[in-house]
Design a protein around this ligand. Structure first.
Ligand SMILES: [Cu+2]
Length: 510
């Protein structure tokens, strides 16, 4: 039995009547009163996530001095793991560390000894897609300034109204349907739940599904933009840890991971994951303990929340169970059923991924968006068509069970580079909506220095459904795809946003 249970921030209507929020605010105040060079200060913790801070409009006033020793900076700062299979475990350790520091402070203030970090489940019923009101009021009940309120938080419409635009941006819990933590049956941005296998990655290019949606979109929505198109604190990983809502957002991401595990899906047992980047000789993960000594950790000690002595009051998967099993649903469109377990294992073991088309030159995206044509390779596309026709034939021959899944098809934006992370766009092919994209992490992925390769972001969008529909309505004879990328918020003047290549991939058994 875990000692600590993390609870919903929307309890008691998300106000300061919720003791978890009131004590969080008091704890944050104390951490903010500590100096930047103190390992247990709010500022030091934010710098662990990212420490490239531009001029930030207060409140709060963000200190830039006194800097810690170079040794402490090297050990702790700019660690956050994004675009990697270490995204879930690194952030779990980060939350655990700040929760321990906050709990110690809260206890010293006379608060509850079993205080836990609340989570913001924006997928919850009623108003829970909105930021809990405790984050937007000016004052604490005792009249003190509310440390949970920050100025540089603008919201999805850039007007200070903070909510998660679930349906309009396509923010979902679809990732919870994934089968594999890494490298498995592909359905979202990266084709796996937790992320692609890497070493220590402050910013790699391809996101796991949990990180891509909802994680990245919630960052973009909450942070929002100024009227000139500059992101709020949450819109950029370098500044996100400065906003107190950050930890409640990540607490929900951590809860989703725990829920995914408790539904029977497993974390990797690969030693390269379990022992962390040290397995490949890279930097270790460190967090400060309340006594300011370092805690070194790896995924094998945060694999299960029980190892850290906490759980959540809600570990439901969050999606209706009858909708789990996307592949079965897909085949239903073809009038077929499937032996899911058998098909999936075949798919995972034997699937090939093949490039079947690309555009011919770099694309530049400005305030009006970008349009490009992806020319399809006739032989590659024929393979896709054939896989669909075979599935069709199975139905015509009156065989109720499918023996193969038809190909999955992806649209890939490769080498997306730029300097403004807050941009969100809508993508369509041949006038059919594919999905929204968030450019959270863009700047870090685009710069070339000792920690970053500069390859830009790779964004992979599943267009299988659209291709299926095209096939079912007899439109599969295609030579090219017309790709339209339209910003739904501001692309600032002078912001340089380019996409090296737009391509289409198939994944299938042929
Ligand atoms: Cu984050």
């Amino acid at each position: 039995m875990a000692t600590f249970t993390r609870k919903n921030a929307w309890n008691q209507n998300g106000t300061f009547h919720n003791p978890d929020l009131l004590w969080y605010a008091k704890g944050v105040s104390v951490m903010q009163s500590r100096s930047l060079n103190d390992q247990t200060s709010w500022w030091f913790f934010a710098a662990i996530h990212g420490n490239r801070w531009p001029n930030i409009p207060g409140p709060p006033l963000v200190p830039t001095t006194p800097q810690p020793s170079q040794g402490l900076i090297d050990q702790y700062w700019a660690q956050c793991q994004h675009g990697t299979w270490f995204f879930p475990p690194w952030h779990r350790g980060y939350l655990y560390a700040i929760e321990n520091i906050l709990r110690e402070i809260i206890q010293s203030l006379g608060g509850p000894g079993d205080w836990t970090l609340p989570y913001w489940n924006y997928f919850g019923p009623d108003n829970q897609y909105k930021i809990p009101p405790a984050f937007t009021v000016q004052n604490l009940p005792d009249g003190d300034l509310n440390p949970l309120l920050v100025a540089a938080r603008y919201g999805p419409n850039n007007d200070g109204n903070i909510f998660v635009p679930l349906s309009s941006w396509g923010i979902t819990q679809e990732c919870q349907k994934d089968y594999d933590f890494v490298g498995g049956n592909s359905n979202g941005n990266s084709g796996d739940y937790g992320g692609a296998e890497t070493g220590f990655e402050h910013f790699a290019s391809l996101f796991g599904d949990l990180e891509w949606n909802p994680h990245n979109f919630v960052h973009a929505a909450v942070g929002g933009q100024t009227p000139t198109g500059r992101g709020g604190l949450m819109s950029n990983p370098e500044t996100a840890g400065l906003d107190p809502i950050f930890y409640l957002h990540h607490c929900n991401i951590d809860r989703m991971w725990a829920a995914w595990n408790s539904s029977g899906k497993a974390n990797p047992n690969d030693p390269n994951w379990l022992s962390g980047p040290t397995a490949s000789g890279d930097r270790k993960f460190y967090m400060p303990k309340p006594d300011r000594t370092p805690w070194q950790y790896a995924p094998d000690v945060v694999n299960d929340t029980g190892q850290l002595n906490y759980t959540y009051d809600n570990l439901s998967l969050g999606i209706p169970p009858e909708l789990a099993g996307r592949d079965a649903l897909r085949l239903r469109n073809f009038g077929l059923t499937m032996d899911e377990t058998r098909l999936l294992s075949t798919m995972n073991l034997n699937a090939n991924t093949e490039l079947v088309g690309a555009n011919s030159s770099m694309t530049t995206l400005d305030a009006t968006g970008a349009r490009t044509t992806v020319k399809l390779d006739s032989k590659g596309w024929e393979t896709v068509t054939k896989s669909l026709t075979n599935t069709f034939a199975a139905r015509i021959n009156n065989s109720p069970a499918a023996t193969n899944l038809p190909d999955q098809v992806y649209l890939q934006l490769e080498g997306v580079k730029g300097n403004e992370d807050s941009i969100v766009c809508s993508v369509s092919i041949n006038q059919q909506y594919v999905g929204h994209i968030s450019l959270f992490g863009l700047y870090n992925a685009s710069i070339k220095d000792s920690q970053h390769g500069g390859a830009g972001l790779t964004i992979r969008l599943d267009i299988t459904k659209i291709v299926d529909q095209m096939h079912l309505s007899g439109m599969a004879e295609l030579n090219s795809l017309d790709v339209l990328i339209q910003p739904v918020n501001i692309v600032a003047e002078g912001s340089e946003l380019t996409i090296d290549r737009v391509s289409v991939y198939r994944k299938g058994l042929m």
